[in-house]
Write a protein that binds this ligand. Structure first.
Ligand code: MN
Length: 234
């Protein structure tokens, strides 16, 4: 990166995600996440099945790559895994129609929306924002992107996550309540989307607690896999 002497403190690094088969990487601008997008997960959390989806955000520098060790985060006693299909945008705009939404997709990856569940639930009860539960250092593991030009736009395929070799989460992309074009259309009503934005599209049932030393492996058929280890407390 070129030094820019006009900044009064060191400029932050540009977070990025590797792209399978490419030397170049995908620069991350914003990370959006969809809440409640698989019926069985809504049921396991005791939430209303008829609610429309909603969005929350993580920061771009919370991305961690495939193979990383994630320190067990502070403040929580209930760190949960949520395996998700990640959509990466090459362009954007406001009010994107669903039937044009896939034109803006660069590619797809497997990600984990790490969640401090105890803090998320406490903030929900107090009607406070979700940041303390969702938006923390290293909370967005993400595998290599697969360009849509190579794999197409996956609308079906098994999505799964195992911990220490035991499967915990399993579902299929066909079970997404709001599909990828609908998610992009809906989110673009709220903010202008742009190249570099990624969207984590919600998790199937089976979310559960992680402990230091746990080895997580997850994947989506046709998209790829992701491995992360939980390390000792930060
Ligand atoms: Mn999630």
């Amino acid at each position: 990166m070129t030094a820019n002497t006009s900044f009064v403190v060191p400029a932050p690094r540009q977070p990025s995600i590797p792209v399978a088969g490419e030397a170049g990487t995908f620069p991350v601008r914003r990370i959006w996440c969809v809440g409640r997008n698989y019926l069985e997960h809504i049921r396991e959390m005791g939430n209303d099945e008829r609610d429309p989806p909603f969005f929350f955000a993580k920061h771009a520098d919370m991305i961690v790559p495939d193979g990383a060790t994630v320190p067990y985060p502070p403040l929580t006693r209930d760190l949960h895994h949520e395996v998700e299909l990640v959509v990466a945008l090459k362009s954007g705009g406001l009010n994107i129609p669903a039937d044009k939404a896939l034109d803006h997709v660069y590619g797809y990856a497997v990600g984990i929306d790490l969640t401090r569940r105890d803090l998320q639930q406490a903030s929900r009860k107090k009607e406070r924002p979700w940041e303390i539960g969702k938006s923390f250092d290293n909370s967005a593991p993400c595998g290599a992107l697969q360009p849509a030009g190579r794999i197409g736009h996956p609308a079906k395929g098994r999505i799964w996550l195992s911990v220490n070799g035991t499967e915990r989460q399993a579902g299929d992309l066909t079970e997404l309540i709001w599909n990828v074009p609908e998610i992009i259309a809906k989110l673009s009503e709220q903010v202008a989307l742009a190249a570099g934005d990624i969207i984590m599209t919600g998790t199937p049932a089976g979310v559960a607690a992680l402990a230091p030393g746990d080895a997580i492996e997850c994947g989506i058929d046709g998209v790829g896999t992701l491995r992360v280890t939980i390390g000792p407390a930060a």
